[in-house]
Design a protein around this ligand. Structure first.
Ligand code: SF4
Length: 234
C-alpha cells in the first residue's frame, strides 16, 4: 500500500470494501437506521482516524459503533462511549470541547489522534479474527505515518490490545515475545513509545463502574505526560 500522507490514507480507508460481511452490515445499518436517527443520512462507510497528523498521543479503540461512528463518520462520535472518551480528553486538556456529536461540530484534539484497528462497524461490536487481520495494514500504515511524532498510545480494552500490538510491531516498534498481556493501567515501554492499557470506554464498563471517570483520566494524564503534551495537571 502506498499512501503518502495521512489525509490520503484516510480517504483510501473510507473507500475500502475488503470485508464482505462488514460492508453488508455497515450499509444495512445505514439503510435501516435507529428510530432516534431516522432523519440522518448515515455515513455507512469505514471510519478513518481523527486528529492531527503530527499527534504525539494515539488512542486506539476497537471498531466504530453501528449508530455512532458508522452514522456520523467520525471516530467515537455520536455514541455514549465517545461521550465518555471526549469528555475525559477535554477535562485533561487534550480536546477543545467535551462533546462529540457530529463530524462538523468543531471539535479539535490537541496532539491526540483517535483510531481503531478495525474501521467498519461489526455486528455485535465483534469483528472476526479474519476481519481484524484484513484491516491491520491500514493501522500499520497510519502508525508509520505518525511514527516521527508519536510518543505514547492508550489502547482501550483487551480486544483492541490484541489487535493493535502486532500493528505496532509491524510499524517498527519492536514488541517483546510473548507479547505483553493487557491490563488496565499497564504500561509497556517500546523503543521510543510508551504503551498504556485502559479498560474500554464501553457502556458496559462505565455503567458498571469497572472504568470510572477518575480511572480514565488517570491513564490519559499519564499517557499525555509520557508524550510530553501539556495537560491541566502539568
Ligand atoms: S474493516 Fe477495514 S479492511 Fe474491512 S472493509 Fe472495513 S476498512 Fe476495509
Amino acid at each position: 500500500m502506498d499512501a503518502s500522507s495521512l489525509a490520503v490514507l484516510d480517504e483510501r480507508i473510507a473507500d475500502c470494501r475488503a470485508c464482505p460481511r462488514l460492508v453488508a452490515w455497515r450499509e444495512e445499518v445505514a439503510r435501516t437506521k435507529r428510530a432516534a436517527f431516522a432523519d440522518w443520512t448515515y455515513w455507512g462507510r469505514p471510519v478513518p482516524g481523527f486528529g492531527p497528523a503530527d499527534a504525539r498521543l494515539l488512542v486506539v479503540g476497537l471498531a466504530p459503533a453501528a449508530h455512532g461512528g458508522n452514522r456520523t463518520g467520525r471516530m467515537f462520535t455520536g455514541d455514549r462511549s465517545g461521550d465518555v472518551l471526549y469528555e475525559a480528553l477535554y477535562d485533561v486538556g487534550l480536546a477543545s470541547q467535551p462533546t462529540s456529536v457530529t463530524a462538523d461540530d468543531g471539535l479539535e484534539l490537541y496532539g491526540v489522534r483517535v483510531t481503531s484497528p478495525v474501521h467498519c462497524a461489526p455486528p455485535a461490536n465483534r469483528p472476526t479474527p479474519g476481519e481484524r487481520d484484513t484491516c491491520r495494514p491500514w493501522l500499520v500504515q497510519e502508525l508509520r505515518l505518525l511514527r516521527p511524532t508519536l510518543r505514547a498510545a492508550v489502547v482501550l480494552g483487551a480486544f483492541g490490545w490484541q489487535a493493535a500490538l502486532p500493528a505496532f510491531d509491524a510499524a517498527g516498534w519492536s514488541v517483546t515475545r510473548p507479547r505483553p498481556a493487557f491490563a488496565h493501567g499497564t504500561r509497556v515501554s517500546l523503543d521510543g513509545l510508551e504503551l498504556f492499557g485502559c479498560f474500554h470506554v464501553s457502556q458496559r464498563n462505565t455503567f458498571t463502574g469497572k472504568l470510572t471517570p477518575a480511572m480514565l483520566r488517570e491513564v490519559l494524564t499519564s499517557a499525555a505526560a509520557a508524550a510530553e503534551l501539556p495537560t491541566h495537571r502539568s
